[in-house]
Design a protein around this ligand. Structure first.
Ligand SMILES: Cc1cc2nc3c(=O)[nH]c(=O)nc-3n(C[C@H](O)[C@H](O)[C@H](O)COP(=O)(O)O)c2cc1C
Length: 228
């Protein structure tokens, strides 16, 4: 049964290589445990994008086009996204310092309809370079009429330069973890189990804040674990 502090939350997200969705699972679970109703909507490109890309050339092409904020056409989202949500979490990866192409398409096409007058917290999964993405996204959301009280960012926990090289190889369809030299320094692509646990904790934090009517802008999501 819904308690009288229960809120409606929409998690709308895009994920290319599964990292965003791996973090969102725990977040959604703990929000629900705190008594809230969570609707989850996946943004689907019209033409499914292939992960990994088919080699280095397609990978470089993808990075270049996304640098210029190329939109990726997306399918219609479900009508329930237009319901009256108390909080929306807009989640997805950083692509060449920008929001991903499918998220940009969503903002262009549906942004004003879905986000106007709503509280929206961006949730970013990235290898480590998210600030331009955040500034740009916040500005677009504000233009759509949203209130953006906070953000959650998860960076891959590997050290540079192995993190950048590893992600590049992984997207190109190679297995950097198993390459003779790179594999010594790059053990795993993406987020760690501890970060997944931290996403769960963030869900509990938000859930509790919503129950207590605590302003969401005072929550601290910047820890050494999610932003190593
Ligand atoms: C085309 C492309 C460009 C990327 N550019 C960046 C970037 O500028 N900064 C960054 O930190 N990570 C970048 N990444 C890495 C992703 O943000 C990161 O791997 C993320 O965890 C992927 O999340 P997902 O699996 O949910 O798509 C890029 C990945 C792709 C595919």
């Amino acid at each position: 049964m819904r308690s009288n502090t229960s809120k409606n939350i929409l998690i709308i997200y895009y994920t290319f290589s599964g990292q965003t969705s791996s973090l969102l699972r725990g977040l959604e679970e703990t929000l629900a445990k705190k008594g809230h109703t969570v609707v989850r909507e996946k943004i689907e490109p019209v033409q499914q994008l292939r992960f990994p890309a088919n080699g280095f050339l397609p990978c470089i092409k993808m990075m270049l086009t996304t640098f210029f904020r190329q939109r990726i056409p997306i399918k219609k989202i479900s009508p329930q996204c237009e319901e009256d949500f108390d909080l929306i979490i807009l989640a997805g990866p950083t692509w060449s310092y920008n929001p991903s192409g499918p998220v940009l398409s969503l903002l262009d096409r549906d942004g004003k309809r879905i986000f106007h007058g709503k509280s929206v917290i961006p949730f970013i999964s990235c290898r480590g370079y998210w600030r331009l993405h955040w500034f740009g996204l916040r500005s677009i959301l504000r233009k759509c009429g949203a209130n953006v009280p906070n953000l959650m960012v998860f960076a891959h926990p590997n050290k540079e330069p192995w993190r950048t090289i590893g992600v590049f190889f992984k997207i190109a369809g190679k297995t950097p973890e198993r390459l003779p030299l790179l594999g010594k320094y790059y053990k795993k692509f993406g987020h760690s189990k501890d970060q997944q646990k931290e996403a769960q904790d963030f869900g509990a934090l938000i859930g509790e804040a919503l129950n207590q009517n605590t302003p969401l802008d005072i929550l601290d999501f910047q820890t050494r674990l999610n932003l190593p």
